[in-house]
Design a protein around this ligand. Structure first.
Ligand code: DHB
Ligand code: FE
Length: 280
């Protein structure tokens, strides 16, 4: 049977991708950020999964106000890197895992979560920046990736509780896949940031650190936090953090091993948080 061995949590910021692509990662502004991922790149090389289930949000790239799926699972064989207005990033295309993705869709939908099935889409910085942070500059991503897009852009957005329970359904789905695959689940986006309005630039370090503490130690209680608290405390784009609860819900109920924890401000307008949790 397939199993989820570990979860990875990381912010995404388009400027992080640009810094890597333009060879600026060792400049004084960026060096402390990328150093926080040195451990992670080595860990991923040493613990290469068969598949990454990557929870992220699309930023009006593949979807728009014409069509707003709350949860969308990629079942395609591959995904092109999106052009977000300045040409596609020079990174490898993303290879999918249609068989596992279809199995997860079947299981999770039968568990009463209404997923949108996506057979073709381009993937934006929400998905490619976490891959770049974890893999560095590579000719091919280390394994197939199942993109799982969550609407955190246009209200109404899903609650933390729903995301956490969806993670549990994804865990069950993976565990019922009849092939011994090593699967990692990644939760991306966040941490505190607000890109618009009078509070643009908002960062809340204390709240972010407490979120990391609670994500590790008491995720079910953290999942009860109402969405307005994310917006009030972590800014309008801080709501991206509900996606971390999907990954956390997919982990086993026993306490995880914390392999790595990192927090850094600033990266563009965003507080960058990063965790690697291993299943016992
Ligand atoms: C920034 C952060 C985001 O999450 C995003 O989607 C776009 C920009 C930023 O900090 O610049
Ligand atoms: Fe974002």
């Amino acid at each position: 049977m397939a199993r989820i061995t570990a979860s990875v949590y990381t912010s995404h910021v388009p400027a992080i991708g640009a810094a890597l692509d333009l060879g600026k990662s060792q400049e004084p502004y960026w060096q402390p950020l990328f150093r926080g991922y040195d451990y992670s790149r080595q860990w991923l090389r040493d613990n290469r999964p068969d598949v990454i289930f990557l929870v992220y949000n699309d930023h009006a790239t593949a979807f728009s106000l014409d069509l707003i799926p709350t949860f969308a699972i990629g079942t395609a064989a591959d995904y092109a890197v999106a052009d977000e207005g300045w040409g596609p990033r020079p990174v490898p295309k993303v290879i999918g895992h249609p068989e596992l993705a279809s199995h997860i869709a079947q299981s999770v939908i039968q568990d009463d979560f209404d997923l949108t099935i996506v057979n073709r889409m381009d993937v934006d910085h929400g998905l490619t920046v976490p891959l770049s942070l974890m893999c560095g500059q590579v000719d091919a991503w280390p394994c197939p990736v199942i993109p799982f897009a969550v609407n955190v852009v246009q209200y109404p957005v899903p609650s933390g509780r729903r995301c956490f329970n969806l993670g549990r359904a994804i865990r069950k789905a993976v565990q019922s896949y009849d092939e011994p695959l090593n699967v990692q689940i990644w939760g991306t986006g966040g941490m505190s940031h607000q890109l618009q309005g009078p509070r643009a630039g908002l960062i809340n370090r204390e709240w972010d650190q407490r979120f990391l503490d609670r994500l590790i130690a008491e995720p079910a209680a953290l999942a009860e936090l109402p969405h307005i608290d994310y917006v009030r405390e972590a800014g309008s784009e801080g709501i991206e953090l509900v996606m971390w609860l999907i990954a956390r819900g997919a982990m086993s109920d026993a306490p995880p091993k914390v392999l790595h924890r990192f927090y850094h401000v600033p990266a563009s307008n965003t507080a960058v948080g990063h965790l690697i949790l291993e299943n016992p």
